[in-house]
Design a binder for this molecule. Structure first.
Ligand SMILES: C[S@@+](CC[C@H](N)C(=O)[O-])C[C@H]1O[C@@H](n2cnc3c(N)ncnc32)[C@H](O)[C@@H]1O
Length: 202
């Protein structure tokens, strides 16, 4: 079995260490995720493509990392994709893919830098959970959407077992309605599954 030098420790990460961890992981992140058959980006992109969202609508890929999530959206035919991430080293890899219109660096100490109503779809693909962005980003991302806008979020098993993450979605119940929910493979190489949700802003 291949080594999992970063993947084996990522779910134990705590607050301040997240940016440094991804800055160091950026060079090998895609190899390690690909070796473990990272499946969630394609599932999320397919779930968004199953909605009535036009393919030329600007989409925000929140916590885009090196761009595996944006690449999956691009492969589904979405043509205008912006990305936000905490780690400059991850963003540099995303930039090199030349599939993003704009890439912006986020701060861990401030809400996500998203203009209200700038996007009719925001995705958080492998993006929110232990070892990634905190539950607190869920509310501002949803609240930045216009009525009828879509929020696509994957929660892996570790996030689903951490009460703060499902609770942050539940707390938005008055602002969203569920369009779809699908459980499936996340990282089969480490036996982790995820649930992909599509919500519509009400
Ligand atoms: C597991 S990676 C997922 C990246 C990409 N979406 C993918 O599917 O490969 C999690 C990403 O979340 C980013 N991140 C963590 N906390 C964040 C925050 N508060 N705001 C924005 N990005 C954050 C990390 O830098 C990392 O690139």
């Amino acid at each position: 079995m291949a080594d999992k030098p970063f993947l084996s420790k990522v779910y134990d990460l705590k607050g301040d260490g997240v940016r440094d961890y991804y800055d160091k992981w950026a060079e090998t992140y895609e190899d390690e995720l690909t070796e473990n058959a990272y499946a969630t980006p394609a599932r999320c992109a397919a779930a968004l493509a199953a909605t009535d969202l036009p393919k030329d609508t600007p989409i925000l890929d929140f916590a885009c990392g090196t761009g595996l999530s944006g690449a999956a959206l691009h492969a589904e035919g979405f043509t205008i994709i912006d990305g936000i991430d905490l780690s400059e080293a991850m963003l540099a890899k995303a930039r090199a893919k030349k599939i993003y219109r704009n890439l912006t660096r986020a701060s861990a100490d401030a809400p996500p830098p998203v203009e209200p109503n700038a996007y009719r779809a925001i995705t958080a693909i492998g993006a929110i959970g232990p070892g990634a962005a905190p539950a607190e980003v869920i509310a501002p991302l949803i609240q930045a959407l216009p009525t009828g806008g879509y929020f696509v979020i994957s929660l892996n098993d570790v996030a689903l077992d951490t009460p703060a993450f499902p609770a942050a979605l539940d707390a938005q119940a008055d602002s969203i309605e569920k369009v779809s929910e699908e459980r499936g493979p996340h990282l089969p190489g480490i036996d982790v599954m995820s649930t992909v949700y599509v919500f519509r802003r009400t």
